[in-house]
Design a protein around this ligand. Structure first.
Ligand SMILES: [Zn+2]
Length: 233
């Protein structure tokens, strides 16, 4: 039965004129990274909202930066897993392929994916709270916490989307152009537009009801199986 589901996924992908992949916490978790989003995410006893929101940053920027510095350090050591690798390969397999992710660790790019739409920003970008200048910084751990803007001296913040913040406009537009829609609404809109939704998840997600094909298992196992059949012609 599972093999049938894989076969149906392959069939849907083969007949697709465009393919959009949307990844979330599970794909990062398979590379050993905690993402803290979702139920019960705690860091050093703090609820994730207490270290990943504008209010938290205003109240205690040092605590927020320690949280992100640790996440950056962990992400720097993590390696892309087979799910990342398969999706990187699919940008060449499919003529029109879009990859949007809620993950901020850069592992899709690490696997070779180009033009990744980062709906929640990136751990590797920092943004000045004063002049708004954004820059990439791959240093782990950061030399100075909190980091300061070289241009104006103001404190910098992580270039990620926090709880209570909107997805950046450019990511929003790019996602829309791919008939993709940020965050939770994405899959619903794709389904309403007639897309075949393939859910890859070890457990049923909130979006399982929209899925035309369900692959119940870790993405790092399921996507290579689909890919092997696609490659087999
Ligand atoms: Zn500045």
């Amino acid at each position: 039965m599972l093999q049938d589901d894989v076969g149906r996924a392959v069939e849907a992908l083969r007949s697709a004129r465009r393919v959009a992949a949307f990844t979330g916490a599970g794909v990062s978790a398979e590379s050993g990274l905690a993402t803290f989003r979702g139920a019960g995410g705690l860091w050093e006893g703090h609820r994730v909202e207490e270290v990943a929101s504008p209010d938290a940053f205003a109240a205690d920027p040092m605590r927020v930066w320690r949280f992100y510095d640790q996440r950056r350090t962990n992400a720097a050591k993590a390696r892309p897993n087979p799910a990342h690798m398969v999706l990187a390969g699919w940008q060449d397999r499919f003529g029109r392929f879009t990859l949007a992710t809620q993950n901020v660790d850069g592992l899709h790019q690490g696997a070779g994916s180009r033009g990744v739409i980062e709906l929640h920003g990136s751990l590797w970008r920092v943004r000045c709270t004063g002049c708004g200048r954004e820059r990439e910084d791959r240093t782990t751990p950061l030399r100075e916490l909190p980091p300061r803007c070289a241009a104006c001296g103001a404190m910098e913040r992580p270039g990620v989307v926090w709880f209570g913040e909107a997805v950046p406009a450019e990511a929003f537009l790019a996602a829309q152009a791919a008939v993709v829609y940020p965050a939770a609404g994405l899959v619903g809109i794709a389904a309403a537009a007639g897309a075949t939704v393939i859910e890859v998840n070890p457990a049923a997600s909130a979006l399982a009801g929209l899925a035309g094909v369900t692959l119940r298992g870790p993405a790092g196992e399921m996507l290579p199986r689909v890919d092997a059949l696609l490659a087999g012609g």
